[in-house]
Write a protein that binds this ligand. Structure first.
Ligand SMILES: [Zn+2]
Length: 198
C-alpha cells in the first residue's frame, strides 16, 4: 500500500466520523497500514472531518515521521502498538463520541450481553457476553501504551475505550474498521439507553 492508496479511504472515514459527531474539535485520529514497518496516520491538530491528502503522513512503527518536521497525531503510539501486535490489522480508527466518553466514566469494564450486533465482530451467536475494556486515560501516550500492552496480548479485545476520552476500533481495512467502530458506537449507545430504562 502507498500513502496515496489509503489517503482517500481515510479522508472519507473522517468525514463519516464527523457526520456522526465522533470527532469534535480536532479530536480523533485515523490510520492505515502501508507496510509491516510503516503506517499512514493523520497529522496533529487537523479536523478529521476536513482532512486533505497532505494531512495523512507516513510514520514508522516507532511513531517517527518519514518526513521530519510534520507532527503525527499525539496518540500515534497507540496505533503503532496495534499494528505491531496484530498483523491482520489494516486500519485503526479512534474517535471521541459522547457515548464512549460518558459510559467509560461510569464503568471499569463495559459488557455487551445478548446483542445481535455483536455478530459484527465475528461471533456467530448473540448468546454471548463480550467485554469492552476501559483503560484509564494518561497524557503520556508511551506510558499508556506500555501499561495496556499486557492486557491486549493476554486477551485481545474487540476494541477498547480510554476513560473519559474515546474509543479505539480496528479492522483489516479502513472500511472494515469503520464498520466495527460503527457497531461499537451502536452498542455503547444501546448500553446508555438501556441503563436509562433500568
Ligand atoms: Zn483521543
Amino acid at each position: 500500500m502507498r500513502l496515496t492508496d489509503v489517503a482517500g479511504p481515510l479522508i472519507e472515514a473522517g468525514q463519516r466520523m464527523d457526520a456522526r459527531n465522533w470527532v469534535p474539535g480536532s479530536s480523533g485520529n485515523l490510520s492505515a497500514r502501508l507496510t509491516d514497518q510503516n503506517i499512514a496516520i493523520t497529522r496533529s491538530g487537523v479536523h478529521k472531518g476536513r482532512l486533505k491528502p497532505d494531512d495523512i503522513i507516513d510514520v514508522n512503527l516507532d511513531g517517527q515521521p518519514a518526513i521530519q518536521g510534520i507532527k503525527p497525531s499525539a496518540e500515534t503510539l497507540l496505533h503503532c502498538q496495534l499494528y505491531r501486535l496484530f498483523t491482520p490489522i489494516g486500519a485503526v480508527l479512534h474517535g471521541h463520541s459522547v457515548a464512549a466518553t460518558v459510559l467509560s466514566m461510569h464503568s471499569s469494564e463495559i459488557q455487551f450481553s445478548g446483542y445481535e450486533l455483536i455478530k459484527a465482530f465475528g461471533y456467530n451467536t448473540h448468546e454471548i457476553d463480550v467485554r469492552l475494556p476501559v483503560y484509564d486515560n494518561d497524557q503520556d501516550i508511551a506510558r499508556l501504551a506500555a501499561w495496556i500492552e499486557p492486557f491486549l496480548t493476554r486477551d485481545p479485545p474487540i476494541g477498547y475505550v480510554i476513560r473519559g476520552h474515546g474509543v479505539y476500533a480496528w479492522g483489516t481495512s479502513v472500511e472494515h474498521a469503520f464498520w466495527r467502530l460503527e457497531a461499537l458506537e451502536f452498542l455503547l449507545q444501546c448500553e446508555i439507553e438501556r441503563r436509562h430504562l433500568a
